[in-house]
Each structure stands twice: as C-alpha cells, then as structure tokens.
Design a protein around this ligand. Structure first.
Ligand SMILES: Cc1ncc(COP(=O)(O)O)c(C=O)c1O
Length: 390
C-alpha cells in the first residue's frame, strides 16, 4: 500500500505501459513498418488511458457509437479511429465513413448503409471475416460447435457475396480484411492459422488489400510468454507470399497486451475468521474489480503479512456474494486485519468494467517516475445517487 492512501485503489504504472507499447512498436517497425497500432478501447476505457494512447500516436479501436464518441472526447480525430463490431448505428457509421475512420463491416445491414451512401472510396473499409474455428486446435480456441459470432463466412458463400458488392461499390477495388479471433491460449500458432487462412482468401479472390487487420488477443508485458516480435514475425512469414507489406497496411488491435500488465489493485484485509472448513480472509478488493469475467484462478500478488505461514487462506472480496472469492493462497504468511494486499497485472476488462456494485468505483492513480497522480476520483455515494436518479 502507498502511504496514507485509502484502499482500495488502482495504480497504473506508466513505465510498464510505455514498455508494452514500445515492444509492439518495435516489432511492427521490424516486420511491418506500414502499420497502424490501435488500442482496443473496451479492454479498459478509462479516459486517462485513451488520452495517453492518443498522445503516443496509437489509434483507438471502438465497438459502439458510445465508444466512438468517447474516443472523440479523448482528443481522437476520426482518422485515428477503427470502428468495429455488430452494433454500429447508422449515424455513427456515416460519421465514421465520412470522417475517414477505418470501418470494418460486420453484417449485411451495414452493407445496406454503404449502398445508401453510394460509396466510391473503399480504401478504409474492411470486411470482417468469420473464421472457421476448426482451423485451430481445440485447446487454443473455443466456439467449436457454433463458431464465432462476427463477420462473414467464407464457407457458406457470404464472404464472396460481400467482396463482390464492395468491389462494385469501389472506384479502385481496394478494401481491407479484418480477422480477429479470441483465443483461450493467445498462442502464436493461433496467429499462424489466422494468417494462413487470410492468405488462402487473398489468393482465392486475387485481392489487392489496402489493409489487413489481424485484431488483438496477444500477450504483452508478461515474461515467458509470446513476444510481439514472435507474433509479428509469424504473421509476416505466412502472409508474405500474398501481400506486399509496403503496399498493404497491417492493423493490429491489442488491448490486454498493452494495459493488462500495467495496472495494480491495492487493498487491505478487513477481516479474518475460521469456519469449520477454512480460513476466510475478507478484503476491500473484489473479483468485480479485478476479474469481472469471473474466470481467473490466480493472481500475481504481494502483501506485507509478517506472521508465520499457514497452509491455506481463502481470499475473498468485499461484496456479500459468497462466490466473491478472489483466490486460495497456500503456505503463505497468515494475514491479519489491516495488512495490505495488492494484485498485479489486473488492467484488462477491469477499472471501468466492474461497476459500482454495493460500493462505488475506487479511485485510480498513475505512477510515473515515483510520483502519483490521481486520474479518477473515488466515486461517492452521492455521485452514484445522482447518476441513478432522473
Ligand atoms: C475486434 C477486437 N479487437 C481487439 C480486441 C482486444 O483483445 P485483447 O484485449 O485480448 O487484446 C477484441 C477483444 O475481444 C476484439 O473483439
């Protein structure tokens, strides 16, 4: 815990954020200099982060009209925004196209919008491809039964139809392809398969793409895991026979890989008790702060607990939901009331995701060169009341 600060609070380590960005930038410079690095806003939509990304020349990848507006509020210009997803509203869609955003089309409904505007310039328009999950190993990618939700399938002929509609709408026939896949393992082999799949489509339809957008889903900032260079080298290797990287721009949309490892949550131990089954340690953290997807089993953590070790402690959150159990810690110093505990690498799908459930949002600080700056005030219950009242 940082002296005199009331827990719980998040800290963004600016140096780690910079290192994660630099790692991707260096890899892009090495393997695909003609590229756009864009940040997946939904992964952590804190305005400070968006302004930081904008100031470091990183585009914003957004998936709703509201995220589009948030990017504009955070000093982005339309040309620095990539608009994705299946819920684009027509007004936002038109604003994005006329403003020069990259727009990846997800459905037939959006094709109708395009036809309505009699589109000629398609250089910054892309088609989201619905990748067949059977090209991946089962342990790498889920959705094997029902497939992915997004984009157009090559296998049922929908992709072919869309390609020909966009080609007709275009003066120069140039457009992009978008292939993002959520994987379980973030394995480099997932990107090899994505790139091979893209290469097959490019070859089959003799496409001359203005861009290829490989999406996000990478590791970043975690030692021992795949590095940006390893991902980028495989992507280039698999695409180089079909695409000239000097002509076709590569877009990537990392979220977790940029912000995940740069954020910590600092908390305190509120209570310690024994039941007949376990040692229960209640904290003022919660899984809704650091794992709103309710998936993680372990965290990198540190604490100032000083007592001798005990075999097993169940670390729980502040909410009154019995399943708000953060993790089980084994053979670790016994926690006492008032001890500190902090959880590292908790930046993805947190901070703005958890919601003011039972207690309003905690504050967020940025640490830079040893100095702390408050970038989000703690929400008060009066703020909450105002927000939830007409
Ligand atoms: C289209 C798209 N791009 C980028 C991302 C970012 O993924 P990650 O945060 O895993 O890098 C996502 C996440 O689901 C996504 O759907």
């Amino acid at each position: 815990m940082i002296k005199n600060l009331q827990t719980p609070y998040f800290v963004i380590r600016e140096e780690l954020l910079s290192q994660n960005v630099e790692a991707f930038r260096n890899a892009l410079n090495l393997f695909w200099p003609n590229s756009i690095l864009s940040y997946s806003v939904k992964t952590n939509a804190l305005p400070w982060i968006l302004k930081w990304m904008r100031a470091h020349d990183i585009s914003a990848e957004v998936v709703s009209d509201e995220e589009y507006q948030l990017a504009l509020l955070s000093s982005y210009s339309p040309t620095q925004i990539v608009l994705n997803g299946p819920i684009k509203g027509e007004i936002c869609f038109r604003e994005a196209i006329s403003g020069g955003s990259v727009v990846n089309i997800d459905s037939a409904k959006e094709l109708k919008y395009l036809e309505r505007y009699g589109l000629l310039q398609t250089e910054r328009i892309g088609i989201r491809v619905n990748v067949d999950p059977s090209i991946f190993q089962n342990e790498d990618v889920g959705y094997q039964e029902d497939g992915f939700r997004f984009g157009f399938s090559e296998e049922n002929g929908e992709l072919k139809k869309v390609i020909s509609i966009i080609q007709k709408a275009s003066t120069d026939g140039n457009f992009g392809l978008h292939i993002h896949v959520n994987s379980i393992t973030r394995s480099v082999d997932v990107y090899r398969q994505i790139a091979k799949y893209a290469a097959k489509i490019i070859r089959k339809y003799q496409l001359e793409l203005s861009y290829i957008d490989i999406g996000g889903g990478f590791f970043g900032g975690v030692p021992e895991k795949t590095t940006p260079e390893e991902y980028l080298s495989v992507i280039r290797e698999e695409l180089k026979n079909e695409i000239d990287p000097a002509i076709t721009c590569l877009i990537i949309e990392p979220g977790s890989a940029l912000i995940g490892s740069a954020v910590e949550l600092h908390a305190s131990i509120l209570d310690v008790k024994d039941t007949v089954h376990a040692r229960i340690v209640t904290t003022d953290a919660s899984r809704i702060y650091i794992d709103p997807l309710w998936l993680k089993k372990n965290y990198l953590f540190s604490s100032n607990a000083k007592k001798p070790s005990i075999p097993r402690q169940v670390i729980c959150g502040y909410t009154c939901m019995d399943h708000d159990r953060i993790m089980v810690i084994e053979d670790y110093p016994e926690f006492s009331i008032g001890d500190d505990i902090s959880f590292q690498r908790v930046g993805n799908y947190t901070v703005t995701f958890g919601g003011p459930f039972i207690r309003p949002y905690p504050p967020v600080y940025v640490e830079s060169n040893g100095e702390l700056t408050l970038v989000r005030k703690a929400m008060t219950i009066k703020d909450y009341y105002r927000m939830e009242t007409v």
